[in-house]
Write a protein that binds this ligand. Structure first.
Ligand SMILES: [Zn+2]
Ligand SMILES: [Zn+2]
Length: 229
């Protein structure tokens, strides 16, 4: 990732929903715009993660003067092209910053996340400055508030494990490898839920095979008769 400098009137499309103009300094002067190449990408990925249909960057790049005018020190991530203060929308409604912050953490964004930026519960500061900083901007724009927003909001972190459920009356024979060359090993009954290790781990005999855990053993099954649950 690297910071690029664009001309004031540059209209280059950076991602599906973001253009250079979205990051323009709001001071009103016709000066250059700095944008880190990783920033539009994480903003766009977050849009997909949230199922949002609109993103608003209410503050992107800031020249030193404007940064000071809005309460910064004139040296922060906005003045370096690393940051955007955002609001995400779905069906005309703004998505709360709490949800935006959690989903960014889910995406593995280990750079800057500022919950409640802009003085309310709807704005989120997102930056790509190379260091981890999770803050609550209602209280501080510089001090970190936590290592994980799940801890900060006191909600359990969801399991990242995936599961499949066998959905055929007669059950499915699993095997120790991929393909009917391997012997029938165990019959997994209908409606059994197994942890999914790898979807489509391989193909054989006209089927795609899943790698799953059944009764604490790693086994394989053709995936025609199971669904992700
Ligand atoms: Zn400016
Ligand atoms: Zn910000």
């Amino acid at each position: 990732m690297s910071v690029k400098t664009y001309k004031y009137n540059d209209k280059t499309q950076l991602t599906e929903h973001l253009n250079v103009q979205n990051f323009k300094c709001k001071c009103g002067k016709a000066h250059e715009i700095k944008i880190d190449s990783g920033l539009p990408n994480i903003l766009e990925k977050e849009m997909i993660k949230l199922g949002a249909d609109r993103i608003e960057v209410f503050s992107g790049y800031r020249c030193k003067k404007h940064d000071i005018a809005v309460g910064g020190r004139g040296t922060g991530s906005h003045t370096q092209g690393y940051a955007a203060d955002t609001r995400y929308y779905k069906g005309g409604k703004v998505i709360p910053s709490k949800e935006v912050s959690l989903r960014l953490e889910d995406l593995g964004h280990k750079k800057g996340i500022g919950y409640r930026c802009g003085g309310n519960a709807n704005g989120t500061h997102i930056d790509t400055k190379p260091r981890k900083w999770y803050g609550d901007e209602k209280y501080s724009k510089t001090k970190a508030c936590c290592n994980s927003f799940y801890e900060y909001f006191n909600i359990p972190k969801p399991s990242t494990k995936k599961f499949i459920q066998v959905q055929t009356k007669s059950g499915v024979w699993c095997r120790k490898g991929i393909g009917f060359n391997y012997k029938k090993y165990k019959l997994i009954p209908n409606l059994t839920i197994c942890e999914l290790l790898k979807k489509n781990a391989g193909s054989s005999n006209g089927y795609k095979w899943d790698k799953v855990v059944y009764n604490n053993e790693v086994v394989y099954m053709p995936n025609k008769w199971n669904k992700i649950v």
